[in-house]
Design a protein around this ligand. Structure first.
Ligand code: TXA
Ligand code: MG
Length: 318
């Protein structure tokens, strides 16, 4: 059920049940992070493999030191600059974090989300919230309360209404190896913006089925419809799909593609922020049309364009 009642959400979470929560990136599927039973319900409902660790969401700066230790100076600088906001830090965990959250690792992902509803919820709770994106494993992340309802319906006691997500793609994840910052996942803060604060980033590419290191699967964020990613959508590409029901997804332009059944444009003004915000909503819409194929054109590979292209690569992976 979609609701605006934060008090109801507090009660349900206090009983170790799940609540859908809005964040500035995507909607999350939240549980009391200090309770193993509550957290196990997230893995069950999402059908998420237990080797994939969860992010802990906090509502106060002080919570950083409550749940993590040996924090590098650069992590403090990043938190100061970007929290509350779409940055997840992977840091050495304190022992009070349950093993189920970290998949047995000695690190934990932690972030302070920037959404008034969820910040208010976190301030009323005396525990932090474990929350992955509120979608079944590998599916497109939800950017509205209705997307969450469509995925889980009455299996989820409550979804807090928070409007459409402002950023539209997941948080950027930064870890530390030998004290140096490493980019674990591209996301809503561009790599360039992070580097302005903490200097050059090392880059982890974890394209494997069962990531040993932090967790990105090759296929992820994927529509059910077969999806193709291309440098440029041209008439000759469309010729390959004659007689097919085609959906097209463009960054900014869409010239004369009469053969397409549906066309999505992420940002007519060619703004990468606007494109990120619209990305998953457009993919959800196309995926509902029972198309034979979705053909997507890559974005310019700079700033948030890099993060969006990362998601598109995974969405179109066979
Ligand atoms: O924007 C977001 O980050 C959203 C909202 C709800 O906060 N959450 C989200 O969670 O995207 P999820 O579970 O869909 O993706 C979290 C990623 C996973 O790829 C996971 O492997 C990685 O974070 N992760 C979590 N803890 C980690 C750790 N200790 N070490 C390495 N990677 C970690
Ligand atoms: Mg996810």
């Amino acid at each position: 059920m979609i609701s605006t009642q934060i008090e109801d959400a507090c009660q349900i979470l206090g009983k170790n049940d799940l609540v859908g929560i809005p964040t500035e990136t995507v909607y999350g599927l939240a549980a009391n992070a200090m309770n193993e039973l509550a957290v196990s319900k997230i893995f069950d409902l999402k059908k998420r493999p237990s080797y994939n660790p969860l992010i802990v969401h906090i509502g106060h700066m002080d919570d950083l030191e409550k749940y993590t230790q040996n924090i590098p100076e650069k992590a403090y600088q990043l938190a100061k600059n970007f929290w509350p906001g779409p940055l997840t830090l992977v840091l050495e965990r304190k022992p009070l974090i349950p093993d189920i959250i970290t998949a047995g690792k000695n690190t934990v992902g932690i972030r302070m989300p920037n959404h008034p509803v969820t910040l208010s919820l976190l301030k009323q709770l005396d525990f932090p919230l474990a929350a992955p994106s509120a979608n079944p494993f590998k599916s497109i992340s939800p950017t509205t309360a209705q997307h969450v309802e469509d995925y889980f319906g009455n299996k989820l006691p409550l979804i807090l209404e928070g409007g459409p997500c402002e950023k539209g793609i997941e948080s950027t994840i930064i870890g530390f190896e030998n004290g140096a910052p490493v980019l674990y996942r591209l996301g809503s803060i561009s790599e360039e913006a992070i580097e302005e604060i903490c200097g050059p980033l090392n880059y982890i590419k974890t394209i494997s089925k069962k990531p040993l290191a932090p967790g990105m699967l090759a296929k992820h964020y994927a529509p059910k419809t077969p999806t193709i990613l291309t440098e440029e959508i041209s008439p000759s590409i469309l010729d390959n799909y004659k007689e097919k029901k085609i959906g097209l997804l463009f960054f900014k332009k869409a010239n004369c593609y009469d053969s397409a059944y549906s066309i999505e444009i992420l940002s007519k003004k060619a703004h990468l922020e606007e494109a990120a915000k619209n990305l998953y909503t457009a993919m959800h819409r196309l995926d509902k049309l029972k198309l034979d194929v979705i053909i997507i054109e890559k974005l310019p590979n700079t700033g948030l364009g890099k993060s969006i292209n990362d998601r598109l690569e995974r969405a179109s992976k066979k």
